[in-house]
Every structure is written in structure tokens, then in C-alpha cells.
Design a binder for this molecule. Structure first.
Ligand code: GSH
Length: 119
């Protein structure tokens, strides 16, 4: 591997984002909890890249997760995807209790509305 080249695992998972965004932070925390290697592609605030516009044409916002080139938008949708794709032992939502998982999702989206992302 040449210097500066990313390992194959990180190349599979890219996050379009910025360190300054709590929504991006939520996605990075989820990936780290799962031990998933990823590459952060920094977006410049106020200047949206062509990749961002093509990957999230509906909202044109960060974060976007690119998994093997396929884009997923909205931080809570991304966290759920990460939880489903990368297996336990680390689990973000309760797997064996759909009611408990629904309550978690309720408070996650509600706290985002009230205070911004908590996780
Ligand atoms: N509901 C979205 C919110 C994402 C969001 O608001 N991202 C901001 C950065 S913190 C953004 O991209 N703002 C640019 C814009 O509004 O054009 C999520 O949870 O991912």
C-alpha cells in the first residue's frame, strides 16, 4: 500500500461530513461503537461538493454514508443501517425487543428536535 492510501475496509465506508456537525458526530460514534473503519470526506461549510449534491439530492445535507459507493442520508437512518449491517456484539438498538427499540428511536428523534443529537 502506498503512503496516504486507505486500507480496503475504510475505502468501503465513507462519510461525507464535517467535524463541526453534531449529526455527523452521531454517525461517527455509531461506526466507532461497531469498530467499522471509515474515511471522513470533509465537506466545506457553505460550499457543497458535487459528490454531496449527487449523494443527497433531496436534502443536500451532511452526513451521508457511502457504503460500497451506495449513499444513505439522514443521521438516524444511517445509525439504524450501521446497527443492522455490522453485527453484534456491539449493538446500538435493542435487537430482541422491538418495543424497546421503538422507544429508543422515539427519544432519539424527539431529543434531536428539542436539543440536537445526543448520540
Ligand atoms: N436531519 C438531518 C440534519 C442534518 C443537518 O442539518 N446537517 C447540516 C450540518 S449540521 C447541514 O448539512 N447543513 C447544510 C444546509 O442546511 O444546507 C440529519 O439528522 O442528518
Amino acid at each position: 500500500m502506498q503512503s496516504g492510501e486507505k486500507p480496503a475496509a475504510a475505502a468501503e465506508v465513507r462519510v461525507l461530513g464535517s467535524w463541526a456537525s453534531p449529526f455527523v458526530m452521531r454517525v461517527m460514534v455509531a461506526l466507532r461503537l461497531k469498530g467499522v473503519e471509515y474515511e471522513l470526506l470533509q465537506e466545506t461549510m457553505g460550499k457543497k461538493s458535487e459528490l454531496l449534491l449527487a449523494s443527497n439530492p433531496v436534502h443536500k445535507k451532511i452526513p451521508v454514508l457511502l457504503h460500497r459507493g451506495k449513499p444513505i442520508s439522514e443521521s438516524l437512518v444511517i445509525v439504524q443501517y450501521v446497527d443492522e449491517v455490522w453485527p453484534p456484539p456491539a449493538s446500538i438498538l435493542p435487537r430482541d425487543d422491538p418495543y424497546a427499540a421503538a422507544i429508543h428511536r422515539f427519544w432519539d428523534s424527539t431529543s434531536t428536535t428539542w436539543y440536537g443529537p445526543r448520540v
